[in-house]
Design a protein around this ligand. Structure first.
Ligand code: GCW
Length: 672
C-alpha cells in the first residue's frame, strides 16, 4: 500500500534510462572496508535499494570488475585511488567514478564506517532522483557536529505537541521487545545524517533517569548505534530530590554534585556512548538553578562536570520567560547574554530560532552572535505546533533557510554561529523538535515527512538551498518526472508564506487560540498570565496595531547588533514581513505598496487564502502523476486547509475590524 511508511527510502522500480544506469553502475558490490554493524547496515541498504530501483540485487563479491560499486575506507583503499581523505573527516564521504585494476567502477569512500553509511545513502539518493551516476563526483562532510532530533515524548507515550500519533518508544515492552520500526527510524535519520536523538520530553519526568528506564534507553541505543546515532536524555533538574531523596537540588551543594556524578556514571555503565543531557530549567514552571538563587551557568556546569569524564555534553535551553515580563521577547537575552564565557567547555546553549516561540515568522533570536564565547545550538520545531499541526501543508524548508541565512550583524549569518565557524567552536549543534509518531506515515501527513527531511539535510549543511532539498525530497518520495516534480516543489515553497499570510501577516504573532494553538484567537484576553494573551502580542486598538519593540517601546530591538537594530528601529527600514513585530502603527500608516496598513493587512490575509486555493488546484492537476492513495489523502488535507485558511482570515479580519472600527477596504470581498 502507498501509505507513506517508506518515507523517502521507497526504492520503487525506476523506468527506462534511470533504471539502466543503476544496473550498469551497480552490477556488483564490493566491501573494501572492515566488517562492522555499520558497514553491514550500509551493504544491506544498498542491496535493498538497488534491488528495488533496478529490479535485481547486485552480487556481493571481493572481485573488482567493471560496473562494481565499492565501499572503501582509507586504510583498505585499493592502490590507484587518489582522494583528499583529510577533508572528509570522521563522518564525510566521497562518491565518484574511478578506474581500479583496469575496471570502470564507482567508489563510495570514507575514513570510517559511518561515512560509508552516509555515502551509501547519498549514492542511493542520486540513483533515486535520477542523477547521472556516471558523472557522480561528490565530496561531503557535515558542517555541524551534533545533528539532533528532540522528541517531546512523555513516558506514557503521549507526545507533547505531537500530531502523528503516539510516541514510537514502547516503554512497556522495552528493553526486551525491539520493534522493527526502531531500525527504520534509524535508517531514515542516517539517510539524512542525523546523529543524535533525545528520547524524552524537555518537560521531563525524573523517572527517565531510573535504572529500568536507562535499560530501556540502552536497548534503543543498541538499535541506533550501527546507524551512527547517539541517544541523549532530557534531565529533570530536581531529580536529586525526587530520585535521590536529597533536600535540595542546589547546583553548588556538594551532595547534589556528587549525586549527578554518580548518576552520570550509572548512565554511562548502561550506555557507554551516551550523548548527554538536554535541560529545560526555570522555564514554564520547570525546576532549575534559579530556585536556589543560582544562575543558568551554575546549573549547566554542574551537569557538565558530571558528564565530562565520559565525553558527554549538556544542551542547556535558553527558552525562558517569566510572568511579569513587559516584553517576553527580551528575557532569554537578558538572562543568558551576561553569562557568556561562564559556561564549561562541554555546554551548548540551545536557542530557539526566534525570541518568542516557533511562530510562522519571527526575526532570528538576538542571542545568535551575541555570545561569542559559548557554542550556541539552533533549536527548530519540525512539529507544527503553531502552523496548523499536521493537517496544513506548510513546508518548513524556507523557514529554516530564512533563519540560517539571516545576517546577525555580528560578522556572519546564524548558520555561521551555529556551525561554530564564526568563533572557531569545535562543538556545534542543531536540534529539531521531532514530528514523528506511530502514524503509518510517521509524521501525520505525507508532506510533513518533508519537514523532517529538510531539517536533516540542513543540519548536515546549513547552506543547502531549500529548493534543492525540496526537489530531492519530491523526486525520492513522489515522482522524478520534471514537470510534476517542479509543480510540487513550487507548491511546497509557496506554502510557508501562505501560512504567514493567512495566520499572522506583517510580523503579527501568537494570535493562536489558547493552549492547543490551533485556529485563530486574537480576541483572547482573559488568561491567567498577561503574556499568554494574543492581545498582549498584537496590541490592536482604535489607534493602530503592533508591538512596539523599538526604542520608543520595549526596545527589544537593542538586543540586536547595531547594524540590525538601526534598521529595525525605524518602521521605514523594517521589512514589511517584520513590521508589526517591532512597531505599533496607525491603521492608516502608508505601506510601501501604496496601501494603508489596514488595507495591506486584509490583502495579505486574502493572498494567503488565494495561495492555498492555488495549491489545491495544482495538486488536483497532478492526479495522473501520483498514486491514488496518497493523491487522495493529500487532496483531503488541502480541502481542510483551504477551509481553515478562510477561518483564520475571516476571524482575524472581523476581530481587527471590531477594534479598529474601520470598514473593509474598497474592493474586498465580504467573507464567503
Ligand atoms: O512551544 C512551547 C510549547 C510547549 C513546550 C515549550 C518548550 C515542551 O507550547 O509545549 O514545552 O514551548 O519549548 O519548552
Amino acid at each position: 500500500a502507498e501509505d507513506g511508511y517508506d518515507l523517502w527510502l521507497r526504492y520503487r522500480p525506476l523506468a527506462g534510462a534511470a533504471q539502466a544506469q543503476v544496473q550498469a553502475r551497480a552490477r556488483s558490490l564490493v566491501l573494501a572496508a572492515p566488517t562492522s554493524p555499520t558497514t553491514q547496515a550500509a551493504v544491506t541498504e544498498l542491496r535493498r535499494g538497488i534491488q528495488g530501483l533496478a529490479g535485481r540485487e547486485p552480487e556481493l563479491t571481493s572481485r573488482v570488475s567493471p560496473g562494481a560499486l565499492l565501499l572503501v575506507t582509507r586504510a583498505q583503499a585499493p592502490a590507484g585511488l587518489a582522494l583528499s581523505w583529510e577533508e572528509l573527516g570522521r563522518e564525510g564521504y566521497a562518491l565518484r567514478r574511478a578506474t581500479l585494476q583496469g575496471a570502470d567502477v564507482t567508489v563510495i569512500a570514507a575514513n570510517g564506517d559511518v561515512g560509508l553509511l552516509y555515502g551509501s545513502f547519498a549514492w542511493l539518493r542520486a540513483a533515486q532522483t535520477g542523477e547521472d551516476l556516471s558523472k557522480l563526483d561528490q565530496r561531503s562532510a557535515p558542517k555541524v557536529a551534533l545533528r539532533m532530533l528532540n522528541h517531546w515524548d512523555n513516558l506514557d507515550r503521549h507526545v507533547e505537541r505531537g500530531y502523528a500519533g503516539a510516541s514510537l518508544w514502547d516503554w512497556w515492552k522495552l528493553p526486551d521487545i525491539l520493534d522493527p520500526r526502531y531500525t527504520d527510524y534509524a535508517r531514515a535519520n542516517a539517510s539524512l545524517g542525523i546523529n543524535g536523538t533525545v528520547l524524552n520530553n524537555v518537560n521531563a519526568k525524573a523517572d527517565s533517569l531510573t535504572a529500568p528506564y536507562l535499560a530501556k534507553a540502552a536497548a534503543l541505543a543498541g538499535v541506533f548505534r550501527p546507524y551512527g546515532i547517539k541517544v541523549y536524555l532530557s534531565a529533570r533538574f530536581s531529580a536529586p530530590v525526587e530520585l535521590g531523596g536529597l533536600k535540595t537540588a542546589d547546583p553548588l551543594d556538594p551532595a547534589v554534585r556528587a549525586w549527578w556524578k554518580a548518576k552520570a556514571d550509572e548512565v554511562y555503565r548502561a550506555i557507554p556512548d551516551f550523548g548527554g543531557f538536554l535541560v529545560k530549567a526555570n522555564s514554564e514552571g520547570q525546576p532549575g538553578p534559579q530556585d536556589y538563587g543560582r544562575n543558568h551557568a551554575d546549573g549547566a556546569n554542574m551537569l557538565a562536570e558530571a558528564l565530562a569524564p565520559h565525553g558527554g555534553v549538556v544542551l542547556w535551553r535558553a527558552f525562558v520567560y517569566a510572568a511579569d515580563a513587559s516584553d517576553r521577547a527580551k528575557q532569554a537575552y537578558a538572562e543568558f547574554q551576561p553569562l557568556d564565557g561562564r559556561f564549561a567547555p562541554n555546554v551548548i546553549v540551545q536557542v530557539k530560532n526566534g525570541p518568542i516561540d516557533f511562530q510562522p515568522r519571527e526575526p532570528f533570536h538576538p542571542l545568535f552572535g551575541a555570545m561569542p564565547k559559548t557554542p550556541l545550538a539552533l533549536e527548530l520545531q519540525i512539529t507544527k505546533e503553531y502552523l496548523g499541526f499536521s493537517t496544513h501543508l506548510v513546508h518548513l524548508g524556507p523557514l529554516f533557510e530564512e533563519v540560517l541565512q539571516a545576517d546577525t550583524g555580528h560578522g556572519g549569518t546564524v548558520a555561521r554561529v551555529v556551525d561554530g565557524s564564526l568563533e572557531g567552536h569545535k562543538l556545534s549543534a542543531i536540534a529539531g523538535v521531532a514530528n514523528i509518531g506511530t502514524d503509518r506515515n510517521w509524521s501525520g501527513s505525507q508532506f510533513d515527512q518533508a519537514n523532517w527531511y529538510a531539517f536533516g539535510r540542513l543540519a548536515w549543511d546549513p547552506d543547502t538551498k531549500a529548493g534543492r532539498i525540496a526537489r530531492d525530497w519530491v523526486a525520492q518520495t513522489f515522482t522524478t518526472r520534471p514537470a510534476a516534480r517542479d509543480a510540487i516543489v513550487d507548491m511546497m515553497l509557496a506554502s510557508r508564506e501562505a501560512v504567514v499570510d493567512y495566520m499572522t501577516p506583517l510580523g503579527l504573532h501568537h494570535l493562536m487560540d489558547t493552549g492547543h494553538h490551533y485556529g485563530p484567537g486574537p480576541w483572547v484576553n482573559n488568561l491567567e498570565r498577561a503574556d499568554w494573551n494574543p492581545t498582549y502580542f498584537h496590541k490592536a486598538g482604535r489607534d493602530g496595531i503592533g508591538f512596539d519593540r523599538s526604542p520608543t517601546g520595549s526596545n527589544a530591538v537593542a538586543q540586536y547588533a547595531p547594524s540590525v537594530a538601526r534598521l529595525w528601529s525605524d518602521p521605514r527600514t523594517t521589512p514589511p514581513e517584520l513590521l508589526l513585530w517591532f512597531h505599533h502603527l496607525p491603521w492608516d500608516y502608508a505601506m510601501p505598496s501604496g496601501r494603508t496598513l489596514w488595507a495591506e493587512l486584509v490583502a495579505r490575509y486574502d493572498r494567503g487564502v488565494a495561495t492555498v486555493d492555488d495549491m489545491r488546484r495544482r495538486w488536483a492537476a497532478l492526479e495522473p502523476d501520483i498514486d491514488p492513495q496518497r493523491h487522495a489523502e493529500v487532496a483531503a488535507y488541502l480541502a481542510v486547509q483551504a477551509r481553515e485558511a478562510r477561518w483564520w482570515r475571516d476571524a482575524c479580519i472581523a476581530y481587527f475590524q471590531s477594534v479598529s472600527g474601520l470598514p473593509l477596504p474598497a474592493g474586498t470581498r465580504p467573507p464567503e
